[in-house]
Design a protein. Structure first.
Length: 212
């Protein structure tokens, strides 16, 4: 099993589009092989295994070589800042990272900004020359300006439904986000042929109608 190609697959939002892309590329997907609660799913004929990971942990598995490659959102990749290769923009799970506020928001000195992405947000505001206090939250970020925890938030916007339904407003788009294929630096050398083949297969279907 040691030489098998270990692929970290994020559970959650990206998963459905990732498996669709794999299918279109003629690659196996975890559901072809595993029970829904299994965390390690072997694909013996390809000497490959899927590691079902929490999305935010994918860059960690890949940096430490517990997974050779992984699929991850650019948002997580920026926030985690891990020492990995970014091989491919998969073009899936398109969304944006934005600054969001209440409709009646007014500038204040040293505003509080709540986010799941404290590193990205701090760096962004620093580069803009804006002084802010960043507050880390783990979910339901849109609550923060509604209940007086923060003046603004930095969060993902996909359909815009969450901000609309909570009476919030997108003030500024910071980054456009898609999912990426990343690789461990050593694995990329040692398992180069297999990783490259998988990249080529994915590349051939990326951006085609229906994969977005
Ligand atoms: C994400 C994000 C927004 C929402 C955006 O949250 O943090 O809240 O999705 O999507 P929309 O524009 O299509 O409404 P997620 O569902 O991942 O849950 P979370 O609140 O735990 O972060």
């Amino acid at each position: 099993m040691k030489d098998w190609l270990k692929v970290a697959m994020p559970k959650g939002r990206i998963y459905k589009q990732a498996t669709k892309l794999f299918k279109e590329a003629g690659l196996p997907t975890p559901e072809d092989y595993g029970d829904s609660r299994k965390l390690i799913i072997p694909v013996p004929e390809l000497e490959m295994e899927f590691i079902m990971a929490k999305p935010v942990d994918v860059p960690t598995y890949v940096e430490y070589g517990a997974a050779d490659i992984g699929l991850v959102g650019k948002d997580v990749l920026m926030e985690e800042d891990r020492d990995v290769y970014e091989l491919l923009d998969l073009g899936i799970a398109k969304c944006r990272m934005s600054i969001i506020g209440t409709k009646d928001w007014e500038p204040v000195f040293n505003p509080k900004v709540a986010t799941k992405y404290p590193n990205v947000a701090s760096q962004y505001f620093r580069q803009q020359g804006q002084q802010v206090e960043v507050i880390k939250l783990n979910g339901s970020i849109e609550l923060a300006p509604l209940i007086g925890l923060a003046d603004r938030i930095v969060d993902m916007v996909e359909t815009g439904q969450t901000i609309r339904e909570n009476g919030l407003e997108e003030l500024e788009e910071m980054f456009s986000i898609t999912s990426r294929l990343i690789a461990n630096r050593v694995s990329y050398r040692l398992k180069n042929e297999r990783i490259q083949r998988l990249c080529d297969q994915l590349q051939s279907v990326i951006g085609q109608e229906g994969t977005k």
